[in-house]
Design a protein around this ligand. Sequence first.
Ligand SMILES: Cc1cc2nc3c(=O)[nH]c(=O)nc-3n(C[C@H](O)[C@H](O)[C@H](O)COP(=O)(O)OP(=O)(O)OC[C@H]3O[C@@H](n4cnc5c(N)ncnc54)[C@H](O)[C@@H]3O)c2cc1C
Length: 487
Amino acid sequence: MTDVDVAVIGGGPGGLAAAIVASNAGLRVAILEERATLGGQIYKRMGKGFHVDAQDARMGSDYNKGAKLIAAAESSGANIMTDCTVISVDSHTIMYSLAGEHVKEMSAAKVIVSAGAADRAVSFPGWTLPGVITAGGAQSLAKSQRISFGSRVVFAGSGPLALAFPAQLAHLGINVISLLEAGPAPRAGDLWKVAKAYRGNLHLLRDAAKYRAQIFKHRIDVNYRRIVVRAEGHERVERVIHAAVDSDWNPIPGTEKSIEADALCLGYGFVPSIETLRLFGCEFTVNEDLGGPCVVIDEECRTTAPDVWAVGDGAGVEGVYVAMSQGKIAALSAIHELRPNGTEGITVREINEGIARERKKITQKRALVGATKRMYKFGEGAYRLATPDTIICRCESVTLDNIDLAMQFGADTNSIKAMTRAGMGLCQGRNCQRQIVHRIHENAGIPVDQIALSTPRFPLRPVTLGSVADASVESDKFFTPVEEAQS
Ligand SMILES: Cc1cc2nc3c(=O)[nH]c(=O)nc-3n(C[C@H](O)[C@H](O)[C@H](O)COP(=O)(O)OP(=O)(O)OC[C@H]3O[C@@H](n4cnc5c(N)ncnc54)[C@H](O)[C@@H]3O)c2cc1C
């Protein structure tokens, strides 16, 4: 007997969609979410102690959609555990820290991981200056606390969210003066392809048109095929230097220009948060279009680890609607495995129909992404902007020079980590690992998909010593018993 039938790690759209389906079918479900509120990235709520007038139009339609999804999860009967950080996993057991208290364990028959994604960090001279901020960080400040991080903001990045983010920030009252898109300007052929992929995507096309109108209304200066090569300033960023790029985002010499700004927001896409899935021992592959290292999943989002499903951005960055469809598919698939004859809440036929319906939606969403591929393809030149003294691992202040030196003794992420501490800090390599992988690729000629990321370690997130040092939480799954350690 396990504590729950289904444990859902992550309370974003993917996790919530999964939990609602599983709980409504009568299963015992728990949602473990490290933030204080549900909603994940896109449906992020205001922080504790902040409140917003729900009628405020500036909150945008996403805020209201998130409110509905959260309300559905709350009324589904699922056990919602916020402030609950998963710090380790082992087969069917999840170790978590609730509100920073002593860690506890939960056993689950099935686990659905929907851990989301993180901003793709790109290192260049000056990227650690105060005033340089990732798009996700900027959005968090704006969405959850209504804090503006500058008075003259340059937004640099690529992809559909490089259109959405500056528009959203400007709409919230932030003065975005310039957008530097590393990809090419849309051509008539691109727009035609996008138009042909309209089925099931009209709402997304409407959103894109709305964002373009907002960019126009706020007079944001849009520049295509430009990348930030340097941020300059004393106490904080004062100037953003940008250059024209080729199709792989390599800067073209002699094309540099400068913009006076006190904030630079970077949105070069996202990378899946895979550390929980790696601890589960799942198999991985590399798909740069989905953000880099991606867990291998089947048609029903099953990973190669027994009883573990992966959905949403954490399984490959494909946006909120794919995340929710995958969440529903994973839940239906788990219900089917646990209750092969269905439940009082759902029949086997409904399960199969539900899976087919969500698969169709995913196919439609992927058709739209396919239509934008030429415009939004990530260029590896972004990983070649660092100079020898550029900091790559900002948690441990490790420069590119340090990494190159360590690489002489071993061209793999674990030896570089051991020698330089790159990846050992607070973010556990989320910011520097991809950059290091690409450096190994450049220096040693090893294909990117053959370079393993460094081994993930317990705890997945920082926890207080007190929360793990208590004898009551000792478990031979996660900790070595004292006698064994001494022998
Ligand atoms: C920074 C950022 C901003 C974005 N903004 C937009 C936007 O404005 N518009 C848009 O269309 N799309 C946006 N996206 C993309 C969109 O949000 C995602 O596609 C969508 O939220 C994916 O849902 P998800 O459930 O897969 O992941 P998420 O929404 O990221 O949810 C994952 C959840 O898992 C939780 N989690 C992760 N690890 C643990 C752990 N160890 N323990 C407990 N909980 C954990 C996280 O706290 C998070 O709440 C954004 C993505 C990111 C990364």
